[in-house]
Design a protein around this ligand. Structure first.
Ligand code: UT7
Length: 319
């Protein structure tokens, strides 16, 4: 037995407004048929007035804490992954902290775009295992609808808003988080980026993507890091009960599962309902599969994601 991060609870939150492909097709030159065939997406949730990355993150965190039976006052670490913070600063993590009434804990944002949640989980896990914290909130939250170019049909149909939160507790155990692996390769900055920022244009900017090239890298990188994390955890693909992937495109999920020899039935898919919610997508999908009874206590679960940078990563855990 050793000190490890156990997943004590999970929660998630979505904006009120659900937007179908047909609704989008009324504003953009696209169709339900194209979007479903190329991506598997059928709907997404879009934040309205008063709904922000911070409010969605806070709602997900509250649900996660209730699910874990953990008092907010006992949280000593908040790591929040986002590429769409409420403000340039302060961190959205400190806004969640204030909303939860936690007066003193470590709180900061992590930015690795769609891989952000894996980066946040890995950082929080390291801090828990080293004894720097005992109870952590790890949150992925985004409002990508606010950085989409609604005139660019190649990107605006792909993304949605939402948040997911895990409550981690440091315990002496053989379960919990078994391994995390992270990567980045900045040579591909120009394939998926936002064309603005405080230090360049002084504006927030809009998302730009060369989708086909991102797709090609995604399948190779994800299969590689999944093999790496399984090997580090002393597991094989046969040991895996569930894969909870970043939800970018149903075709990437299928191709990655095939490359690893994993049956599609073991892959949690929510991209049809939520679209790509960037850093929120893994914890949102994880919560969905726990809530509907698919993922059970004791199951071996593998999380993975890939995004702008490029960044990519994976985690293996016993839930
Ligand atoms: O989360 C971070 C990681 N991101 C990803 O993993 C995204 C990875 N990429 C993808 O998922 C896919 O590349 C896309 C879904 C973005 C695009 O699918 P694709 O099969 O690679 O299509 P494409 O970009 O090559 O476009 C094919 C055609 C083009 O028309 P022409 O040039 O063949 O006449 C596009 O103009 O589809 C057209 N098109 C559309 N048509 C209707 C592009 N977007 C749309 C649209 N509706 N929304």
């Amino acid at each position: 037995m050793s000190r490890r991060s156990v997943i004590a609870g999970v929660g998630s939150a979505l904006p009120k407004r659900r937007v179908t492909n047909d609704e989008l097709a009324a504003q953009v030159d696209t169709s339900d048929e194209w979007i479903v065939e190329r991506t598997g997406i059928r709907s997404r949730y879009i934040a309205g007035d008063g709904e922000t990355t911070g409010t969605l993150a806070t709602e997900a965190a509250r649900k996660g804490l209730a699910n874990a039976g953990v008092d907010a006052a006992d949280v000593d670490l908040i790591v929040l992954a986002t590429a769409t913070p409420d403000q340039t600063f302060p961190s959205t993590a400190t806004k969640v902290q204030a909303a939860l009434g936690i007066n003193d804990c470590i709180a900061f944002d992590v930015h690795a775009v769609c891989t952000g949640f894996l980066y946040a989980l890995s950082v929080a896990d390291s801090m828990l295992r080293s004894g720097n914290a005992a109870k952590a909130l790890v949150i992925g939250a985004e409002t990508f609808s606010r950085i989409l170019d609604w005139d660019d049909r190649a990107t605006c149909v792909l993304f949605g808003d939402g948040a997911g939160a895990l409550v981690l507790s440091a315990e002496e155990t053989e379960g919990g988080i078994l391994s995390t692996k992270l990567h980045a390769d900045g040579r591909h900055n120009d394939l998926l980026f936002v064309d603005g920022g405080p230090s360049t244009t002084g504006t927030v900017g809009k998302l730009r993507m060369k989708g086909r090239e991102v797709f090609r890298h995604a399948v190779v990188n994800l299969a590689g890091v999944l093999n790496e994390v399984l090997s580090d955890a002393g597991l094989t693909a046969e040991d895996v009960d569930w894969v909870v992937p970043h939800q970018a495109n149903a075709r990437i999920l299928d191709a990655t599962a095939k490359k690893l020899g994993l049956p599609a039935a073991k892959v949690v898919v929510t991209v049809d309902e939520h679209a790509n919610t960037s850093a929120a997508s893994v914890p949102l999908a994880f919560d969905t599969a726990i809530s509907d009874g698919r993922i059970k206590r004791g199951d071996i679960v593998v999380l993975e994601a890939m995004g702008g940078g490029f960044t990519w990563g994976a985690a293996a855990l016993r839930y």
